[in-house]
Write a protein that binds this ligand. Structure first.
Ligand SMILES: [Zn+2]
Length: 271
């Protein structure tokens, strides 16, 4: 397996892999009977495509849960990429600010061979197809269904793998980590409905794993409903006043603490 001494790889269900880049950014490889799917691509310091192709010989499609810089690092490695229509124009964004910030603050394992921190940026990708609610991605004997789940970003989608009952939530539900409602694209009022949608999908389909862009697979699906309820309370003003917290590049954010997780918000997301 070609980890480039950079990616951590976990096969948490048969034919279902979580790759983690730089200990904080996840992507997921689903292997079907005829095709494979790589969901998200990390930040692209390593080559996610090389890693994926070292695991399967099947053709691999690349789809994004949303277009934040820390998920699009592999878009240039594919001929074209699947993304929600709201993210179509973002594939050509300039992501160099995030890249610079990462290189300047990274203190972990050495960069992979051949990586140049001086020139690191994320090249643009090409839009291939819209991926949105109602779509079914057929990998041959394995299907993933798609739902629109805005909140963290207007282009956020979630996917459910019918074979291993894995729910991928992008950055919407992050068990054990703060919910990032402070990012520029976040809309607080979209969180509750999207999370309730995921709660229903997880229950109806007896989901086994809830997976996100930044946390390890979580086997406790009740976390979705608990997070939804808390976010709804925050939106209704039930937890005022929030704590103020210094949150690095995001400046001072409002922090609401629940049991086992917290919520970070900036005012723009409340409108
Ligand atoms: Zn994000």
């Amino acid at each position: 397996m070609d980890t480039q001494d950079w990616y951590d790889v976990k096969e948490f269900a048969p034919g279902t892999y979580q790759f983690t880049e730089a200990e904080r950014w996840n992507m997921f490889l689903f292997i079907g009977g005829e095709r494979a799917l790589l969901l998200d691509g990390g930040i692209g310091v390593g080559s996610a495509r090389r890693l994926a192709e070292s695991i399967t010989d099947l053709p691999i499609d690349h789809v994004l849960t949303h277009t934040h810089w820390d998920h699009v690092g592999a878009i240039h490695e594919w001929e074209s990429v699947g993304v929600h229509p709201n993210g179509k124009d973002k594939l050509a964004n300039d992501y160099s600010a995030g890249c610079r910030d990462f290189v300047e603050t990274w203190k972990g394992r050495p960069f992979p061979e051949g990586f140049d921190p001086e020139t690191f940026t994320i090249p643009p990708g090409k839009f291939g197809r819209a991926v949105q609610e109602g779509d079914v991605i057929d990998l041959g004997g394995r299907t993933l269904r798609v739902w629109d789940t805005p909140g963290h970003s207007p282009c956020s989608i979630s996917l459910f793998d019918d074979k291993e009952r894995v729910l991928i939530t992008g950055d919407l539900v992050k068990p054990g980590m703060p919910l990032f409602i402070q990012v520029p694209t976040a809309v607080l009022s979209d969180y509750g409905p999207s999370m309730r949608k995921l709660e229903k999908i997880a229950k109806e389909n007896d989901a086994r794993w809830v997976c996100s862009g930044h946390t390890d697979p979580c086997g406790d699906i009740s976390i979705i409903g608990r997070m939804a309820a808390f976010v709804e309370e925050v939106e209704a003003g039930a937890h005022e006043p929030p704590k103020k917290r210094e949150a690095g590049k995001w400046g001072v954010v409002d922090e609401y603490e629940a049991t086992g997780f917290s919520v970070w918000i900036k005012d723009h997301a409340r409108k």
